[in-house]
Design a protein around this ligand. Structure first.
Ligand SMILES: NC(=O)c1ccc[n+]([C@@H]2O[C@H](COP(=O)([O-])OP(=O)(O)OC[C@H]3O[C@@H](n4cnc5c(N)ncnc54)[C@H](OP(=O)(O)O)[C@@H]3O)[C@@H](O)[C@H]2O)c1
Length: 264
């Protein structure tokens, strides 16, 4: 797939992986729609691309405001007339034990990571069905494949994406719509700074593992390759990828490893 002249909508484009994706898609000749909550950060990202106004749309949105997403989709369609790629990347993480996480925080994380992604996908889907083409990408996580301590809500929200998008993929392949799920390990972004503590306040600390993670630009390269190669699911991880296989083939050993990872 060439991205030249393709219309690509990226959520979470104000930071990290989403911003790196926007840069790479734009460099490959795509027209890009940049979405996230912070308009000033989206404008900064747009300015750093040096893009022509006709090739870019800054479209602020809040994934937790599900009812607003149909109108946002109409605005995107009015600008470019089609949507070829939707990258559901916007999301928030968690840094708290289950016992310390208020139910409102579980709901907030599900509202953004899961229901926000579902609501936007449902708003864009009729456009892709009409086009008889489209590529929908969901940024999950290794935490979408297994649960780890301090991430009960986050991991649940990412697991839920797998169920939704695997079903959608099976339903839409005959309509020319491709669905890819991306499972990154640690990527060096602001994810831990923006993660929620149990009381809903932001964690505001850079995790060492995240600081040592892969650069977002490398992650973005691998995501574009995955789209080009029509992959169903890709993993973008370092040594932590082995956990996927340990969980699958040695589930009891995996459970013991996670026990040790839990803070005392
Ligand atoms: N970094 C990692 O190690 C890692 C690993 C696995 C998966 N991921 C996933 O990768 C995705 C991108 O995260 P990142 O690592 O790039 O972290 P990040 O730098 O914190 O970026 C998160 C992005 O999501 C946006 N966002 C958050 N809440 C939103 C909301 N309610 N509505 C709309 N946009 C919202 C943020 O923009 P605003 O604040 O402006 O809204 C920001 O652009 C997330 O889905 C994350 O779960 C990251």
């Amino acid at each position: 797939m060439s991205f030249q002249e393709k219309v690509v909508w990226i959520t979470g484009a104000s930071s990290g992986i989403g911003e790196a994706l926007a840069r790479l898609f734009y460099q490959k000749g795509a027209k890009v729609i940049l979405s996230a909550r912070r308009e000033d950060e989206l404008n900064r990202a747009q300015a750093s691309l040096g893009a022509k106004p006709e090739d870019i749309l800054v479209l602020p949105l809040d994934l937790a405001d599900h009812d607003s997403l149909t109108k946002k989709t109409e605005t995107a369609l009015a600008k470019f007339g089609r949507i070829d790629v939707l990258v559901n990347n916007g999301g928030i993480s968690q840094r708290a034990l289950t016992k310390d996480t208020r139910l409102e925080v579980d709901k907030k994380i599900m509202a953004v990571n899961y229901f926000g992604t579902v609501a936007l996908t449902k708003a864009v889907l009729p456009i892709m069905l009409k086009q008889k083409s489209g590529h929908i990408v969901a940024i999950s996580s290794l935490a979408g494949k297994f649960g780890t301590p301090l991430r009960s809500a986050y991991s649940a929200s990412k697991h839920a994406l797998h169920g939704f998008f695997e079903s959608l993929r099976a339903e839409t392949w005959q309509d020319g719509i491709k669905v890819m799920i991306v499972c990154p390990g640690y990527i060096h972004t602001n994810i831990s700074l923006n993660a929620l503590k149990g009381d809903g306040a932001v964690f505001n600390k850079m995790d060492q593992a995240v600081a040592n993670g892969q650069p977002p630009a490398v992650c973005a390269e691998k995501i574009l390759q995955g789209i080009e190669q029509d992959e169903n699911e890709i993993f973008i991880a370092g040594r932590d990828i082995k956990l996927i296989y340990i969980k699958r083939f040695f589930p009891n050993r995996f459970a013991k490893m996670m026990r040790k990872a839990a803070p005392r």
